[in-house]
Design a protein around this ligand. Structure first.
Ligand code: PHE
Length: 342
């Protein structure tokens, strides 16, 4: 019968298109072409109703068989192709976990923070505590309680940023001394690192800088204890070979007052052209002294029973010396090229 012959032809064409398809897209084309709504085989099925009952049975059977055979081939080929394509995709998307990763930039410590850590670590090792105070400080704690009442000429020495309501940006960390003594009975051993502010800006001064205050209050403390403690600290920061010397100085809140120099850690005084000490052999490091009895009293400590020593150092300056940095302003510009060098 002519129609059955045509069905056979269509089936064979469909099977070879299906088997020869090289992608799921080509397979879909073949499906539409041979089994789709306007495919010839579909048309044949639709026209079955117009045939004689005998033909109807015969043609219907072979058309259904052909459809089923093509569907079976489609299914098998689909499975085969999509498995292959999945494999291909997995291969293309594969991540080689043995390749080196994207390196994360590694941060490092700011030079001032390095010095602060070294100094604080040293004092914590001696049993000191760490205290902090507010940066917006009252005039009272920043000046008056330290023997610098309103109108005192020493106030002009510290170019102060004044805020509203009798507050100032603290010009030094010394107010933490008074706050600490008021908050705990002696013996007191603390260091107080923090930010301080003065209206000043040139290669060796910035409006914001750091200080580390130290305070010890106990029975029988002397200037000798102060010197020994600070000499050990200087060796911790600048190396075992350095020595220290005291020079007389003046602060309103200490009596006697001293300045402490450290022998040059680079040349020890032997190089007149030394870049670190400029041939001086010594580096000025900090101000210190025995806590003035008036300050102890103001802070509720009996000066007949207790004595104390205090010191205040500038870790930024110490970092400039230690790392040979010529301009303090570099510290606070946030330039990563500068910071990466440490
Ligand atoms: N506060 C002083 C300054 O900023 C330093 C200092 C601290 C001096 C403690 C003596 C005792 O210059």
């Amino acid at each position: 019968m002519a129609v059955n012959g045509r069905i056979e032809e269509l089936k064979n064409a469909a099977l070879s298109a299906v088997r020869g398809a090289e992608s799921t897209a080509a397979l879909e084309d073949a499906r539409v072409r041979y089994l789709g709504r306007s495919a010839e085989l579909t048309e044949i099925k639709k026209s079955i109703g117009t045939l004689s009952p005998d033909e109807r049975k015969e043609v219907g059977r072979s058309a259904n068989l052909a459809s089923r055979e093509i569907e079976g081939a489609l299914e098998a080929k689909t499975a085969q192709l999509s498995a292959g394509e999945r494999e291909e995709r997995l291969r293309a998307e594969a991540v080689d976990v043995t390749l080196p990763g994207v390196p994360h930039p590694r941060g490092n410590l700011h030079p001032s923070q390095r010095i602060i850590d070294e100094v604080v670590d040293f004092f914590v090792g001696l049993g000191y505590g760490v205290a902090e105070g507010p940066e917006a400080e009252t005039d009272y704690y920043n000046f008056t309680a330290l023997g610098i009442p309103p109108g005192h000429p020493a106030r002009t020495m510290q170019d102060t940023f004044f805020l509203d309501d009798g507050l100032v940006l603290r010009t030094h960390t010394s107010p933490v001394q008074v706050r600490t003594m008021l908050s705990q009975p002696p013996p007191v051993y603390v260091v107080c690192p923090g930010r301080t502010y003065r209206r000043d800006s040139d290669p060796t001064h910035t409006p914001m800088f750091h200080q580390i205050e130290g305070l010890a209050v106990d029975r029988g403390l002397t200037l000798g204890h102060l010197k020994g403690t600070l000499a050990a600290m200087a060796r911790h920061v600048f190396g075992d070979d350095v020595t220290v010397r005291l020079r007389p100085s003046y602060f309103q809140f200490t009596e006697p007052s001293v300045e402490l120099d450290v022998s040059c850690f680079r040349c020890g005084g032997s190089d007149p052209n030394c870049k670190v000490c400029k041939g001086a052999g010594w580096l000025e490091m900090l101000g210190a002294g025995m806590v003035d009895p008036g300050v102890l009293e103001e802070a509720g400590v009996d000066p007949e029973e207790y004595t104390g020593f205090a010191f205040g150092m500038g870790p930024d300056r110490m970092a400039m010396a230690k790392y040979g940095i010529p301009d303090l302003r570099l510290f606070f510009e946030g330039d990563l090229r500068f910071l990466r060098q440490f």
